[in-house]
Write a protein that binds this ligand. Structure first.
Ligand code: IMP
Length: 498
């Protein structure tokens, strides 16, 4: 006979937090949003990876490429580079995030000494960057012979045929840094010599990077950035349960810090095999999350298989039509509550804390606070991040408004048959192709979102996520009080962001 769950399943929209006592210490400036990413034994060790904010980006073509990886690590979270692409290109994206050194820029405007002013003008138009490296072979890492900036030529005075070597600032007159220089040392040189740009060269005079004065400032603006032991950004990558024997080594080689099996359904023998293969070949050195599950049984299964974290959610994603097409899923709030209960039980039995991630279905910022209060250690977001400059999709103007494209991994557009089907094609879609309102830069939005979460936590008397989880008081709301929750019985002048 079928098993019937006693309770209905609920969404985040149906819950609210009840305030707790707030003391003078409980102010947003004192709140830490640090949260563990992978399992650990709290009594004896720290987690191998701790994030500075509880947000990761979804493993989706329309969300997580290298730009997302860099921008999100800058804010303290982690992007999971999408796995629905050839192994080589995914590994390339991972290595682009890893090789990005905050403040160190690989020159994208390079020119040979025998090029002409006409070429300089053309390149300026192409890249929009007025600082150009003059290298022997015209490449970003060729031997540095000089630098051209707009201060080196006057278009009204100089013939377009003039050779670059005649008007560039030659190497002998340049102030430069040597490979190994730190950002703060470079900044001192920039200030001492009143420079805008400092080239960094290796022992053979080959160009490594440029350091720009403005980038140093922006580096200082990112106090939360998430770095590995070598001061490189931390990045994740999605894998599937088919080509892991090839994909995992390539991603690890490229520098991925953490992997996550990307599947709509995690309670499967294939996930078990994938994790086993990783453990057999890498022991515990490779960190891997698994999912998605929505109940205790699924959680136990993945943890016993060796997962480092477990992802929760089926059918709640904004682009998801799994519930409509297959009748499978569970209200996201109920799923998080059930899995958190299972996690707690597991912790009591073993002393091992397995982080859990609420994936999909976050519509308002306060849903993140609810997910955390219910026990999630972090949330995975697709739609949220798809709206920003840093997502890899096109920005378009539709009916006078800017939008960005956003499509599900189970849509025909993504053709992610590894996530959704076994025969090598999608027999039906489980996701839609859509637009989301364009919302600007990731940094600005994440700053607002995290401020709201901190403020909610303070109202509940908590300054750490753990504290919040212990102290939170939650209530289900009736359908009518949901109406009461929005602005009502007034004519709203302009629609605010949530
Ligand atoms: P969102 O944050 O509500 O947009 O949900 C993002 C999550 O939806 C992802 O992290 C996936 O778990 C899930 N997802 C991605 N593509 C699809 C799809 O095509 N169908 C169903 N779920 C999807």
């Amino acid at each position: 006979m079928a098993h019937y769950y006693k309770e209905e399943s609920h969404t985040f929209n149906e819950y609210l937090l009840i305030p707790g006592y707030t003391d003078e210490n409980c102010i947003p400036a004192n709140v830490s949003l640090k949260t563990p990413l992978v399992k650990y034994r709290p009594a004896v060790e720290e987690p191998a990876i701790t994030m500075n904010i509880p947000m990761v980006s979804a493993i989706m073509q329309s969300v997580s490429g290298e730009k997302m990886g860099i921008a999100l690590a800058k804010e303290g979270g982690i992007a999971f580079i999408y796995g629905n692409q050839p192994i080589e290109s995914q590994a390339e994206m991972v290595s682009k995030v890893k090789s990005y050194k905050a403040g160190f820029v690989v020159s994208d405007s390079n020119i040979k000494p025998d090029a002409t002013l006409k070429d300089v003008v053309a390149k300026l138009k192409e890249t929009g960057h007025s600082t150009m490296a003059v290298t022997d072979d015209g490449s970003a890492h060729g031997k540095l012979l000089g630098v051209v900036t707009s201060r080196d030529y006057r278009l009204s005075k100089l013939s377009m045929d003039t050779k670059v070597e005649e008007f560039m600032t030659p190497f002998e007159s340049l102030v430069y840094g040597e490979e190994g220089i730190t950002l703060s040392e470079a900044n001192d040189v920039i200030w001492d010599h009143k420079l805008n740009t400092l080239p960094v060269i290796d022992k053979d005079q080959k160009l490594c990077y440029f350091i720009f004065r403005k980038d140093y400032d922006s580096h200082k603006e990112n106090p939360n950035e998430l770095l590995d032991h070598n001061k490189r950004y931390v990045v994740g990558a999605g894998i599937n349960t088919r080509d892991y024997e090839q994909r995992v080594p390539a991603l690890i080689e490229a520098g991925a810090d953490v992997l996550c099996i990307d599947s709509s359904e995690g309670f499967t023998v294939w996930q078990q095999r994938t994790i086993k293969w990783i453990r057999d070949n890498y022991g515990d050195t490779v960190k891997v999350g698994a999912g998605n599950v929505v109940d205790e049984e699924g959680f136990r299964f993945l943890v016993n298989a060796g997962a480092d974290f477990v992802k929760i959610g089926i059918g709640g994603g904004s682009i998801c039509i799994t519930r409509e097409t297959k009748g499978i899923g569970r209200g996201q709030a109920t799923a998080v509550i059930a899995v958190e209960k299972a996690r707690r039980k597991y912790f009591e039995e073993t002393g091992i804390y397995v982080p859990i991630c609420s994936d999909g279905g976050i519509v308002y910022d306060y849903h993140i606070a609810l997910a955390l209060a219910m026990g999630a250690d972090f949330v995975m977001l697709g739609r949220y991040f798809a709206r920003f400059d840093e997502s890899p999709t096109n920005k378009l103007m539709i009916n006078g408004n800017y939008v960005k494209e956003y499509w599900g991994e189970g849509s025909n557009r993504a053709r992610n048959w590894q996530r959704y089907e076994s025969e090598g094609h999608l027999s039906f879609e489980e996701g839609v192709d859509s637009y989301v309102p364009y919302a600007g830069a990731l940094k600005d939005n994440v700053t607002v979102t995290t401020s709201k979460i901190k403020s909610t936590m303070c109202n509940c008397g908590a300054i750490t996520i753990k504290d919040f989880q212990e102290k939170a008081k939650l209530t289900l709301v009736s359908a009518t009080s949901i109406v009461e929750g929005g602005a009502h019985d007034v004519i709203v002048k302009n629609k605010d962001n949530h």
